[in-house]
Write a protein that binds this ligand. Structure first.
Ligand code: HEM
Ligand code: HEM
Length: 142
């Protein structure tokens, strides 16, 4: 089950990165050209991030690198710390920002402001995600 979940988490990571880039680029275009806010495009990044959150949480409680690795000893090891603390925490913060951006934009009637909200929150979210992906050990890249 863990192996399947890890493959899914790994594949979804790529889907999420592409989805966020698409959401951000299309929203940027709409913002610059004074076009209406496109909620469906923002939804692509939003749903991908929620799906990844769910799978990530499951892995966190099953994997030996997740909550089971929580110890003072592992705190001193930067790779262990990335897996049991920094990666999950930063990803959750990023997904919260994306959720806030999407939810706020949904209620804004001014297109320019709605585009701006998604643009800012999604871009910060993407940067946070990129900062804590385990690049050096990611099975797809290795
Ligand atoms: C740990 C798992 C999850 C948590 C904590 C979570 C949390 C949330 C929260 C707080 C909202 C409300 C956002 C708002 O104010 O509009 C929301 C909405 C939503 N979530 Fe999730 N979610 C999770 C998993 C998922 C999954 C697995 C999916 C689907 C693949 C999903 C799809 C959606 C959709 C479609 C909405 C509504 C979007 C809309 O308002 O148009 N979520 N979720
Ligand atoms: C923005 C969302 C996320 C992205 C893009 C992401 C991406 C990744 C990637 C690329 C890996 C490496 C997989 C591999 O080496 O095959 C990984 C591993 C992992 N992720 Fe995430 N992740 C996200 C969210 C989360 C969340 C929310 C949690 C937990 C709450 C989590 C927990 C883990 C754990 C425990 C591992 C290590 C699994 C293992 O090798 O046993 N991730 N993640």
């Amino acid at each position: 089950m863990l192996t399947g979940m890890k493959h899914l988490h790994s594949t979804l990571a790529i889907v999420l990165l592409i989805a966020l880039v698409i959401s951000i680029i299309v929203t940027l275009m709409n913002y610059l050209n004074n076009k209406p806010y496109n909620r469906k495009i923002a939804l692509i990044g939003f749903i991908s991030s929620h799906l990844q959150l769910l799978i990530g949480l499951i892995i966190y409680f099953v994997s030996p690198l997740g909550i089971q690795a929580f110890s003072g000893e592992n705190m001193k090891n930067s790779l262990s710390r990335l897996y049991f603390l920094e990666h999950p925490l930063m990803m959750i913060i990023a997904i919260i920002l994306i959720t806030i951006g999407y939810s706020k934009a949904k209620k804004i009637t001014d297109a320019k402001k709605a585009n701006q909200t998604v643009l800012i929150m999604y871009t910060i979210g993407l940067i946070l995600i990129l900062s804590r992906i385990p690049w050096s050990t990611w099975s797809i890249l290795a």
